[in-house]
Design a protein around this ligand. Sequence first.
Ligand code: PMP
Length: 363
Amino acid sequence: MKFNEALKEIKIYEAGKPIELVVREFGIKAENVVKLASNENPKGCSSKVAKVIANNAHKAFLYPDDSMYELKAALASKFSVQSDNIIIGAGSDQVLEFISRALLTPNDAVLMSQVTFAMYEIYAKQMGAKIIRTASYEHKVDEFLEAYNEHKPKIIYLCTPNNPTGDATSKVDVLKIIDTIDKETLVVVDGAYMEYAAAKDEAYSITPSDLVAYPNVIYLGTFSKAYGLGGMRVGYGVANRELISELYKMRPPFNITTLSLAAAIEATKDEEFVEDSIALFTKEIVRYEMFAREKDFDYIESYTNFITYLFNDKINSTEIADALLKEGVIIRNLASYGMNAVRITIGTKEQNDRLFEVMRKVL
Ligand code: PMP
């Protein structure tokens, strides 16, 4: 059987390792496994949301409201935009897929930073598009504009804060890129972790209302991170209504579940949960910075709920990640991104205590 030629270029996405794998392979009890690999919220989700999911369990036989009226209205009000500026996806991942399918042909190029969210490349390659990367993992305006002028990409991906490095791009820099390019290129501002950056520094806070007037910009957000709903798979895109109506042509019906929809609606009503999650992160990340200094390796200043440790020649990221895994601590090795580095989600105080204890041992 002959598959689409484009598939030859695609490396399968490597997701963070699940708790089940550690239980299976190392015989460690699930309750003793510490998972700091997928940037989930260590506080779990809001108890109000959990209650709504339980209370709606009997509705599992029903398809959800396909218009997603209430969720879009809640997001529209939160971001001061209109409901028809919004499209909901099964995670913002699905919105990325809609964008790629709606825009790209094999003659197109897409532009992204050297090290960034892996799905941009995968979705673009599915459409046969060419991948252009800047030289740095940081989003440097000059590098983006130079590559833009040379390749005239169909899509530019700006991931801020950036996964897996944790650094962020200021609003001024994002707008500089948007204002310089022409309207034939779509700019995707991926704000999956924006709640954390906005809380840390106003200059890095970008909201959909800053962007919605542009015909060629889309903002992506998710309930998977600060809202603690990774398992519910709900994300969204916010853009001008002409762009959104084109993306709707890519959307399958009922693309999030009845329970996910109920959970996301409830989550928009509990901003206090998000604030508490950010407060925990702000307190705990300081310990990670101190730990790096104590052990004499570098880290990237983080604007998200994870930190990236950059190791020197004496420490090998694969050895560290494997040794931690055997002890029941899951972190993300960034060797596949060409970096001798690991990405660690900031956990609860107890999870972080355990991480430091095991890391001291394996180092
Ligand atoms: N964008 C970025 C930068 C991410 O890190 C992720 C999740 N790892 C996503 C988008 C997709 O998130 P989700 O599909 O859970 O909304």
